[in-house]
Design a protein around this ligand. Structure first.
Ligand code: SAM
Length: 229
């Protein structure tokens, strides 16, 4: 169990029911357009894969469909319950990303899909990823592209109107097609993510700005990193 749930984790728990509806409507959010390209970055199934910040479990289910032995972890008990409901054979646990209940080197792959900008403790989370990865193990992550921190879309044009550097809280209430969701987390510059990887000794192998179906702007940033042997 998560003892003191962090503030963003508490907000995700409050939004959990909205999130389940949001992500389970086929084709609705961006995951449906990006996931095949993202999985091209993910190594073949090995011994044990951790889906960090698994939410209601869609990435874990997609990894399992590709042969991975997956453990899903999320700070939201409601989302973990939803993940178990959709995949009763799967292994899903409630835990904080900066305090993982796993032994050193317990996984050969960690996947963190759109999670690191949401956690309250980015360096602590990346340290834990490094700890639970075995030497030679990999990390595949997606974040919202840090450039999206700096502005918003207006009349189809992206307008830069906020500072890029620094750590700033974001909160965005979105209502679309009768569904409602409040997104909360942290804006960090790209260098905050690379510094966390560097401090943990994880080496970047690949960095992608995916462009699908005519995107004019990089909405996501994907990184594959490795813990050296
Ligand atoms: C944008 S959702 C992504 C969920 C899932 N990876 C997906 O793509 O469907 C972010 C997730 O991070 C989780 N989260 C936020 N803070 C966390 C923390 N400190 N420890 C573990 N999970 C956390 C939230 O509960 C939420 O499920």
């Amino acid at each position: 169990m998560v003892g003191e749930r962090t503030s963003t984790a508490r907000e995700w728990e409050e939004q959990a029911r909205n999130w389940v509806v949001w992500v389970r409507r086929p084709g609705f959010d961006s995951y449906w357009r990006y996931r095949d390209r993202f999985f091209e970055l993910v190594p073949a199934a090995g011994r044990a894969t951790l889906d960090l910040g698994c939410g209601e479990g869609r990435v874990a289910r997609d990894l399992a469909a590709r042969g991975h032995q997956v453990t899903g972890v999320d700070a939201s008990p409601t989302l973990v319950e939803a993940a178990r409901g959709a995949d009763p054979e799967g292994r899903y646990l409630v835990a904080d990303s900066a305090d993982l209940p796993f032994p050193d080197g317990g996984f050969d792959l960690v996947v963190a899909y759109n999670v690191l900008m949401d956690v309250d403790d980015l360096p602590g989370t990346v340290r834990e990823i490094g700890r639970v990865l075995e030497p030679g193990g990999g990390l595949c992550l997606s974040i919202t592209h840090p450039i999206t921190n700096t502005g918003s879309r207006r009349d189809g044009v992206f307008v830069l109107d906020r500072p890029y550097f620094g750590r700033h809280r974001f909160e965005e209430e979105v209502e679309r097609d009768g569904m409602r969701m409040r997104f909360t987390g942290w804006n960090h510059p790209l260098s905050a993510y690379t510094a966390a990887l560097e401090d943990t000794g994880l080496l970047i192998e690949a960095l992608r700005e995916p462009q699908v179906t005519g995107d004019a702007f990089p909405w996501h940033l994907w990184i594959r990193a490795v813990r050296p042997r």
